[in-house]
Design a protein around this ligand. Structure first.
Ligand SMILES: Nc1nc2c(c(=O)[nH]1)N[C@H]1C(S)=C(S)[C@@H](COP(=O)(O)O)O[C@H]1N2
Ligand SMILES: [Mo]
Length: 445
């Protein structure tokens, strides 16, 4: 077959009216991938694309929703929790993040990160299945086709951007601490807009394609019996197919095996405990402590430039109701102690099992500070090295009986790495807001 034949002019009604030289260019793609005959896989076609598309439709929707929940969990409307410029409209759905169930953030963020990771092979499969469209010739055929191509650029660019920034973040959080949060948030909305438009445009075609072949039959078809699909309106099916080297079953199996491998090598970080070491693809937080403090550490005291020099003679500054006072660790230990069984659940998707935290209830400290009904509390760390840490917690978080300024964990003093002399622990709170090495609590009306 010659290139002339396999690139029959499209039957676009507008075409005959375009100038001759434009038509000539359209009919003469340069050698290489712009020629349809270049793409020869016999399994490429609407059915395979639709199967990947359906998985992504469900998966990306869940990743998007859990991502929005993660943003809400940060209480971005409070204090300096969120410094994203001009996020106004994007916060339209925000609500007061609850403290119960205490494991909710651990679950939603584990799903966000783990599902995002296992969708990577599916995304690659999907992109492979439609790659001839990237080389559509002529590049611009009509205003409508041009607009569609721009939207696909946002779709593919947005997907790649969100996946790459997410993965880089869980691998090296401190590479771009301030901007990750902002770019991943803005990127998500741009991507999801293009995604929604794509779904609206393609959902009928996806359903038709899925119905065109039986999934069960495909799972019983080996390579030798693999035949190309009939020509399709999107020109995904090769006009010049090569002999099959893999069946559709094989291609789906390959992608499925890729996703399963990613799952098995990452999910241990979200489950924690004995399964933590199986998360070989999740390097973060492999540092563990000793004895009762033997659970994952995000940032060690050394990395935060905290040493006994900072903690010797430590005092907590308590502010609220127009007053200010200081308390030593012994003062705090002399107050009523409460124990709560809570995990640390990091935005990066890892979490610990429940640990038994013991300390003073935040609501007791609020009362002591003269602000028994605070609107919020600003928690500041004594940390000066690395990123300075502070977080603002909402009233419901202060008042939950399990919200503590913890002094001990699992019946031992907190280790320096886990925030000695005192750290915040709040049920259902993103790990990053459980401030370690607390120096000041400022309760606000
Ligand atoms: N002062 C301070 N507090 C901090 C951090 C920090 O870097 N500095 N890291 C936060 C993050 S991102 C997490 S996930 C948890 C981890 O707590 P852990 O190290 O005790 O497991 O602490 C949070 N509190
Ligand atoms: Mo974290």
């Amino acid at each position: 077959m010659t290139d002339q034949q396999d690139h029959a002019p499209p039957t676009d009604a507008a075409r005959p009216r375009s100038p001759r030289w434009v038509r000539w260019i359209g009919e003469h793609p340069p050698p290489g991938p712009t020629r349809r005959g270049f793409w020869r896989s016999p399994i490429r076609g609407p059915w395979l694309t639709a199967v990947f598309g359906l998985v992504l439709l469900i998966g990306i929707t869940i990743v998007f929703v859990t991502g929005l929940l993660s943003y809400a969990a940060y209480n971005p409307d409070l204090g300096s929790n969120d410094l994203t410029p001009d996020k106004g409209l994007l916060g339209f759905y925000l609500f007061h993040w609850p403290t119960q169930p205490y494991w909710l953030y651990r679950f939603t963020q584990g799903v966000h990160v783990t599902l995002g990771l296992i969708l990577v092979p599916v995304l690659l499969g999907k992109l492979w299945s439609v790659i001839p469209k990237l080389f559509d010739w002529p590049p611009v055929r009509s205003p409508a086709q041009f607009l569609e191509r721009i939207s696909l650029l946002l779709l593919v660019g947005g997907a790649v951007f969100e996946f790459v920034t997410g993965i880089v973040n869980i691998q090296y959080w401190y590479v771009f601490p301030a901007s990750f949060y902002t770019v991943h948030l803005y990127g998500a909305w741009i991507f999801i807009a293009a995604f929604a438009a794509h779904v609206a445009l393609k959902s009928r075609r996806m359903v038709t394609a899925l119905r065109s072949r039986s999934f069960r039959d495909e799972l019983h078809t080996d390579t030798a019996h693999t035949r190309p699909e009939p020509p399709d309106p999107d020109d995904l099916v090769s006009p010049n197919p090569a002999a099959p080297t893999i069946s559709r079953r094989g291609a789906l199996g390959l992608v499925g095996a890729g996703s399963l491998t990613v799952l098995l090598l990452t999910v241990g970080q979200s489950i924690g405990g004995a399964l933590r070491p199986t998360a070989l693809l999740a390097p973060r937080g492999q540092t563990l402590g000793h004895g009762p403090n033997d659970f994952q550490i995000n940032k060690t005291a050394e990395e935060a430039a905290i040493s006994t020099a900072e903690t010797d003679g430590w005092q907590l500054e308590l502010r609220g109701g127009g007053t200010s006072m200081t308390l030593t660790r012994d003062d705090l230990l002399a107050m009523p102690q409460h124990t709560a069984h809570l995990p640390i659940a990091c935005v990066e998707g890892w979490s610990t099992r429940n640990q038994a935290w013991t300390g003073v209830q935040l609501r007791d400290l609020a009362r002591l500070a003269g602000a028994p009904e605070p609107g919020s509390v600003l928690v500041e760390s004594i940390q000066t090295g690395g990123l300075f840490r502070s977080a603002t917690l909402r009233r419901n978080q202060v008042l939950d009986p399990d919200s503590l300024l913890a002094l001990r964990v699992n019946d031992a003093d907190l280790s320096l790495d886990h925030g000695y002399p005192a750290r915040v622990i709040v049920p259902n709170n993103p790990g990053v807001h459980n401030t370690k090495w607390v120096g000041r609590l400022d309760f606000q009306a």
